[in-house]
Design a protein around this ligand. Structure first.
Ligand SMILES: *Cc1c(COP(=O)(O)O)cnc(C)c1O
Length: 369
């Protein structure tokens, strides 16, 4: 007799739906028999610049050491991040992408009977990490597609151990300012860990968005998570990090896989941190691309959610499944967000100017067909 191994999985896992990533270029090329080079992918908020030459050089320097385990403590990268962020090295936790950080938090602090609070339309990994450890996700209705921090505060109960907030949020691009964060942190119970996910913070300018690091000294229940996947252009290598109190970092370190960040990723991230030109170029390209997309969308009579990320959620006012399919046939991959409860939207990552133009052209044809 065969066993039902789905029924044997822990209840939270049984109810999980796997994360749905953006469609890979090669997959679409195979499906439609297209030349991969002709396909434009604006679906995963990747950096369109290509990797930093300094990061590539650092990787080449590591290749002869591939037989050895990486530095499990990530000493060099953690030292540099600590210096850069104005914290002690024992306040830094490295992750296999910041995704890993979110999982570490869930494994260390959540369990059946406990809950995590996060917003409707929040990053899809929050519910997955929460459910995977058998905890409950308390979803707070969004306000104008953004986090309703007041309502999130009101949702916290005695079983809440974690609040996940993303600033800006993906897939909506919505953000909150320093005053809102300040008011929030001042009122969250001290025993609730606030995970402030700043995956796109490097794209923000001025002080429209708070810098989470500024609050670490005052709030020992705050964890700021950041990544090398977006503005630093190293998504394939999987490196992210958390900054928190030394005590929280110590706890996360207990559940962390011993070698969770590989040696190529460690050295490339060190090099990328030093490549100020690359970061400046990423930002500038993003600003130009955002303006280009907004102008093009306006011309097409479409609206969108204003975004501080490297992507924009476009509102078509009707179900977008057919539009998405037509864009795929034209060789343009964007991201459907029906899985987030936003069936009328498509999320478009900012690409190179020529890629943005390809998308706008294809969209114009699809909409007039
Ligand atoms: C992309 C993203 C991340 C993390 O990605 P990693 O590649 O795992 O570092 C985290 N949070 C949000 C909101 C994101 O959009």
């Amino acid at each position: 007799m065969s066993c039902d191994f789905l029924a044997l999985a822990q209840p939270g896992v049984q109810k999980l739906s796997p994360y749905v990533p953006g469609k890979p270029v090669d997959e679409l090329a195979r499906e439609l028999d297209l030349d991969p080079a002709s396909i434009v992918k604006l679906a995963s908020n990747e950096n369109p610049l290509g990797p930093s030459p300094k990061a590539l050089e650092a990787i080449r320097g590591e290749l002869t050491e591939l037989t050895r385990y990486p530095d499990g403590n990530g000493f060099e990268l953690k030292s540099r991040l600590a210096a850069r962020c104005g914290v002690q090295i024992n306040q830094v936790t490295l992750g296999n992408g910041s995704n890993d950080i979110l999982d570490l938090v869930a494994r260390a602090y959540l369990a059946p009977g406990l809950n995590a609070v996060f917003s409707q339309y929040a990053f899809a990994v929050y519910p997955i990490s929460t459910q995977a450890v058998g905890a409950q996700g308390k979803v707070v209705p969004a306000k104008d597609h953004g986090h309703d921090l007041e309502a999130m505060l009101a949702t916290i109960d005695e079983n809440t151990r974690v609040v996940f907030i993303a600033n800006p949020n993906n897939p909506t691009g919505t953000w909150f300012g320093p005053d809102a964060l300040e008011r929030f942190l001042a009122r969250v119970p001290g025993n609730v860990l606030v995970v402030l996910d700043e995956a796109y913070i490097e794209f923000a300018e001025g002080d429209e968005l708070p810098d989470g690091l500024k609050y670490l000294a005052r709030y020992d229940n705050l964890l700021v998570s950041r990544t090398f996947s977006k503005a630093y252009g190293l998504a394939a290598l999987r490196v992210g990090y958390a900054l928190s109190s030394a005590q929280i970092a110590d706890v996360l370190n207990r559940v962390r896989q011993p070698f969770n960040v590989n040696s190529l990723a460690l050295s490339a991230a060190c090099a990328a941190l030093d490549d100020a030109d690359y970061l400046a170029h990423s930002r500038q390209l993003n600003d130009v691309g955002m303006a280009q997309l907004e102008a093009g969308l306006r011309e097409l009579g479409l609206s969108w959610i204003p975004s501080k990320g490297n992507f924009i959620a476009v509102d078509f006012g009707r179900d977008t499944a057919a539009i998405n399919q037509a864009l795929l046939r034209a060789g343009v991959i964007v991201r459907p967000v029906a899985g987030y409860g936003m069936p009328n939207f498509l999320r478009v990552s900012i690409g190179l100017p020529a890629e943005n133009a390809r998308f706008l052209d294809a969209l114009a044809k699809v909409l007039s067909a």
